[in-house]
Design a protein around this ligand. Structure first.
Ligand SMILES: Cc1cc2nc3c(=O)[nH]c(=O)nc-3n(C[C@H](O)[C@H](O)[C@H](O)COP(=O)(O)OP(=O)(O)OC[C@H]3O[C@@H](n4cnc5c(N)ncnc54)[C@H](O)[C@@H]3O)c2cc1C
Length: 428
């Protein structure tokens, strides 16, 4: 990998997401050699992926080069590498570009879509965990309308314009709201020769309320907002099978749809070498102690979505969200410095700053520790928070300008089929 030997201990961080970047920033100017590896050369701001999928933002404005984050940090190295294996005995990481020994290893590989072993859903539904996946979805949505224009078969046309989003968490709610706004504000102008009123947006939730991790009032309000936008909200309904054309559920409801978006679960990315039962908890997360150490190891740590730190307050671990990931990264940075000086490490204490979800223009819900509010003010707070946490000054400006433009013009101009998407089942 062409990483020079150093007198400083080597920290390998796998993953340049929220957790890995927060840690890297903490280790700048410390007495470590830091090697950050990621399979992408950019950091992805996942909370805004749905805006890429729905043409509200360009993908470049929610991505940031990892090398730029590390610019100017002494003893830092970035390698564009996909890690395939951890050799614990040799204290070595194996990747597609070679292997490298570590003194301290930090696993910050995040999470991936969880289909709970359902092959038909995995094969035929759309995911939204990365920029390439969001671009696939953007292309598919637009291609469907182009196709709908061409067919005389009413049945086929309706299936092309019928969107099913499975999962009533923040991702599902935000995506459903954005699609509903497109239906209302953009489709009639873009496709005057198509009866776009027949387009349907269905949000299917297995439980009895949307946004189950938020307060009852937030759930209720989000549902009201969605219904006002014309989204069909289905509760206590589970999609069990999807062959690329028909989605079957646990009752008699079926959906004929060309587009099923699976936003109903995530699981940790599992690396070989750390994938045996002794290390893993529910959702394949790595069991860690309060110092982020992976069960049974002094020098292997896990932070962010991939880590499960159980405590009295958080018996199922912290939520798989950006805040815990960043806070864990920062705490681990302090702890590595303490550890290298032979001092006692600080246990991690999560400072829960609350959660938010947006449904659409002037419509958001916010549960902060002391206040719960919904509507226009929540929407402004949501925008401010997202701009604040977005990495890169240029990205903030671009996103802000886009939002102002979209707000004034009721538009989303990134509705481009740059990279046509072919559904997997069509390729078989
Ligand atoms: C659509 C969507 C919307 C979301 N909305 C919100 C929200 O509104 N608020 C919120 O707080 N959270 C939200 N989240 C969750 C939040 O994005 C995650 O909790 C957060 O990204 C976790 O940070 P992380 O550093 O653990 O992992 P990630 O940010 O996922 O980073 C993991 C990194 O590891 C890299 N990687 C993975 N495997 C390998 C490998 N084998 N080798 C090398 N590199 C690898 C990946 O390329 C990635 O860069 C959302 C997530 C999604 C998908």
């Amino acid at each position: 990998m062409n990483i020079p030997q150093s007198s400083y201990p080597r920290v390998i961080i796998i993953g340049g997401g929220f957790a890995g970047i927060a840690l890297a920033k903490k280790l700048a100017n410390q007495e470590f050699q830091v090697v950050l590896m990621d399979k992408h050369n950019y950091h992805t701001f996942q909370p805004l992926l749905y805006q890429v999928s729905t043409g509200g933002l360009e993908p470049d404005s929610i991505a940031y080069p990892i090398r730029k984050v590390l610019q100017g940090y002494p003893n830092f190295y970035f390698r564009l590498a996909e890690v395939s294996q951890i050799n614990k005995d040799k204290e070595e990481v194996e990747t597609n570009i070679g292997s490298l020994k570590y003194d301290y290893l930090v696993v910050a590989v995040g999470s991936e879509t969880n289909f709970f072993g359902n092959e038909s859903l995995q094969k035929n539904s759309m995911e939204m965990k990365s920029i390439p996946q969001s671009l696939n979805l953007r292309s598919l949505i637009l291609e469907n309308f182009e196709q709908a224009l061409l067919t005389d078969d009413l049945h086929e046309r309706e299936a092309l314009m019928n969107f099913v989003i499975v999962g009533g968490g923040p991702t599902g709610v935000e995506l459903a709201g954005a699609l509903a706004e497109i239906k209302k504000g953009i489709l009639p102008k873009d496709y005057p020769d198509l009866d776009t009123r027949r387009a349907q947006i269905n949000l299917v939730q297995g439980g009895d309320r949307l946004l189950p991790a938020m307060s009852e009032i937030a759930s209720k309000k989000a549902e009201d907002f969605l219904e006002k936008l014309g989204v069909n909200v289905w509760k206590n309904l589970r999609v069990q099978e999807y062959d690329g054309k028909v989605a079957k559920t646990n009752d008699d409801t079926i959906f004929e749809t060309q587009t099923l978006i699976w936003a109903a679960g995530v699981k940790a990315v599992c690396l070989n070498g750390l994938n045996s039962k002794e290390f893993l908890c529910r959702g394949e997360r790595l069991r860690v102690n309060e110092f982020h150490q992976v069960h049974g190891f002094e020098n292997i740590f896990a932070i962010g979505d991939v880590a499960q730190m159980e405590s009295e307050t958080w018996p199922k671990g912290h939520p798989m969200m950006a805040q815990p990931a960043m806070q864990q990264g920062r705490n681990l940075g302090d702890n590595l410095v303490l550890l290298s000086k032979g001092k006692a490490m600080k246990p991690f204490n999560y400072n829960d700053k609350g959660s938010m979800a947006t449904v659409g223009r002037n419509k958001a819900v916010a549960d902060l520790p002391k206040f719960k509010f919904q509507g226009v003010f929540a929407w402004f707070v949501w925008m401010f928070v997202h701009l604040y946490f977005l990495i890169g000054f240029r990205n903030r400006i671009v996103v802000f300008i886009n939002w102002v433009y979209n707000y004034i013009k009721f538009d989303r101009e990134a509705r481009l089929i740059i990279r046509p998407f072919k559904k997997k089942y069509q390729l078989d």
